[in-house]
Design a protein around this ligand. Structure first.
Ligand code: PMP
Length: 353
């Protein structure tokens, strides 16, 4: 007897990057930060009163929302927090799209979770191919029939970014459609569209503590948008999980986001390594689109993405690859520390020669 529902039996779930435990790898496969979180995080954890864990956390993550609002220059009513930005994105599908509506529009090569969420919630999709140089075709997206858009900026897995001015024009050109901007990697670019959330009522920005804040293990993400959109996310959360942000995550993330100086320095180091790494990869003959994120999409050598992945893994280095058209010629490499990147480069040199 199969007790699974048709949905559970039929859906193709998202596959996260592997976390093997068999040996110690140089781990450049899930876009984590190579540097530790702010020292204030350790202080918060040391001072944690475990007695307080007896109680449920704040259902609205109010203290964290206030801290985020301060940093983002908005009001707490403009902020929603969830268990990772994946959860925020998941809740956005039923909050803003109808199963019998015109659907969600996104690029063919983008964060693959959008397609899984749409399938899970039974929302139609309208896929618009990226241009040959991996940039977004915003005019084709504008012409597409849909209820709204998901745009990862910078995009994953390509790393390509869209300037704020272009998105300002785009958002204003589709006033009756919602534009959801996934800014998971935005701190490595510095063109956040949070200011557009005050100018337009049809845009919402989703961010995460997992990448630039080096807190992937904490699981916390947030959305910024006008109060009516934020209320839509709260309505969905309260149908699913009253307390997605636990008390530890709330305290840790509030301390982290306030340590602007620490993170500015760390992000600058990652960006400078990204540029060095890209230069070296181009020199070896890789095609590497200009990246605005903390990873590089590198490929089109004589070897397939899978071959590069397998040989690097044998040498103790993890990168990401996909068995999909176009993507299969590439690997996605997270920017590591200078030392990790040096090991990667020397291995790639050996593999390719
Ligand atoms: N958006 C994009 C584009 C991502 O690459 C990721 C990380 N896999 C996420 C959102 C989700 O990140 P998290 O759930 O850790 O906040």
């Amino acid at each position: 007897m199969n007790f699974l529902s048709k949905k559970a039996s039929g859906i193709a779930p998202y596959t996260a990057g592997e976390q093997p435990q068999d040996r110690k790898y140089i781990k450049l496969n899930t876009n984590e930060n190579p540097y530790p979180p702010s020292p204030r995080v350790a202080e918060v954890l040391r001072a944690l009163e475990t007695e307080g864990l007896r109680r449920y956390p704040r259902p609205d993550a109010g203290k964290l929302r206030a801290a985020i609002a301060l940093e983002e220059g908005v009001e707490p009513e403009n902020v929603f927090c969830g268990n990772g930005s994946d959860e925020v994105l998941a809740l956005s599908f039923p909050a803003f799209f109808d199963a019998d509506g015109a659907g969600a529009c996104f690029a063919d090569l983008t964060y693959s979770f959008y397609e899984v969420f749409a399938a899970f919630f039974g929302i139609p999709v309208n896929i618009v191919p990226l241009r040959a140089d991996f940039t977004f075709d915003l005019s084709a997206m504008q012409a597409a029939d849909c209820q709204g858009y998901y745009i990862a900026n910078p995009n994953a897995p390509t790393g390509v970014g869209i300037e704020r001015d272009l998105l300002d024009d785009f958002v204003s050109s589709v006033p009756d459609r919602l534009v959801i901007l996934d800014e998971a990697y935005m701190d490595f670019f510095g063109e956040s569209c949070v200011p557009l959330t005050k100018k337009y009522s049809n845009v919402i920005v989703v961010k995460t503590f997992s990448k630039s804040y080096a807190l992937a293990g904490i699981r916390c993400g947030y959305a910024v948008g006008n109060a009516a959109l934020i209320d839509g996310l709260f309505r969905m959360k309260d149908c699913f999980n009253s307390y997605p942000v636990d008390a530890v995550a709330e305290a840790v993330c509030a301390a982290a986001i306030a340590d602007r100086e620490y993170y500015r320095g760390m992000t600058a180091r990652v960006v400078s390594e990204r540029e060095r790494l890209r230069g070296e990869l181009l020199g070896m003959g890789f095609t590497v689109p200009e990246s605005r994120s903390n990873f590089l999409f590198a490929g089109r050598t004589k070897l397939s993405g899978r071959e590069i992945y397998a040989r690097l893994k044998a040498a103790g280095i993890l990168v990401r690859y996909w068995e999909k058209p176009v993507l299969c010629d590439f690997v996605r490499i997270t920017v590591g520390t200078p030392e990790e990147n040096d090991v990667l480069l020397s291995q790639l040199y050996t593999i390719l020669s």
